[in-house]
Design a protein around this ligand. Structure first.
Ligand SMILES: [Zn+2]
Length: 242
């Protein structure tokens, strides 16, 4: 590029996205092409625009469409938490790598669609737009797609941290034990006699409280994994409200 030189600084929360030479908070020179928008320039540095809360030029916030002019000093700020998503009920779409996070969000009653097969970035982005779901991903290329309704980078590769990341960022309403962890369908209470044919003999004898998924028919009861799941629910509700 051979155009105006600007000076760009990135807040610490976003430093993981940019080259090492641009970390540490200092404003580092960058030569632009004179026609690209500032949003495009920042995205080209590696920062997904889903993670940018504001672009501040010489102390004044500008739109992503701002065309940089020589000598401008640009500060790239992180999205403010909690983040409000306007225009539709809060619901999510998770990519193929986030299956554990999807099941935990469903356990907490958060509407979380998940593709267990890799349907490809265009199809995911299209579904995000069609169903107005916030796309959750660790794939920066996917988060750059313009079709997305909304998106968010998931900062950790550990499910516990991923869950705290998403709950803290979007503060969804938590309604534990209301959703099928397998398919995201809503659960209804079920009588033992109505679900008996779906149960093993031992389960039929030992447990009394049942729920059934309205969508896929799967039956839930307080069984072997319940204590571990209860722990996940209790920690989430204690920190992020019920
Ligand atoms: Zn289900």
């Amino acid at each position: 590029m051979n155009g105006p030189e600007i000076f760009v600084s990135v807040v610490p929360e976003l430093e993981l996205f940019v080259p090492h030479t641009r970390r540490g908070g200092a404003a580092v020179a960058l030569v632009t092409d004179g026609v690209s928008t500032l949003g495009h320039v920042i995205e080209s540095l590696g920062v997904p625009l889903t993670e940018v809360g504001a672009l501040v030029v010489d102390g004044r916030e500008v739109a992503f469409g701002h065309i940089p002019v020589a000598g401008e000093r640009v500060e790239v700020r992180a999205v403010v938490r909690p983040q409000r998503v306007e225009g539709a009920p809060l619901r999510f779409l998770l990519d193929v790598h986030l299956g554990t996070l999807a099941r935990r969000l469903r356990l907490l009653g958060v509407d979380s669609a998940y593709e267990s097969t890799d349907i490809g970035d265009p199809a995911l982005a299209t579904r995000s737009a069609a169903e107005r779901r916030v796309m959750l991903s660790r794939d920066r290329g996917l988060l750059r797609r313009r079709e997305l309704w909304a998106g968010a980078y998931v900062y950790s590769d550990r499910p516990d941290e991923q869950l705290r990341d998403v709950l803290g960022r979007f503060t969804p309403e938590l309604r534990p034990w209301t959703r099928c962890t397998a398919c995201n369908g809503l659960l209804r209470e079920a009588r033992k006699e109505d679900v008996a044919d779906r149960l093993e003999g031992g389960t039929r004898g030992t447990y009394d409280v049942f729920a059934q998924c309205r969508a896929c028919g799967r039956v839930y009861w307080r069984g072997a994994h319940h204590d571990r799941l209860e722990g996940i629910v209790e920690r989430a509700v204690a920190e992020f409200g019920g």
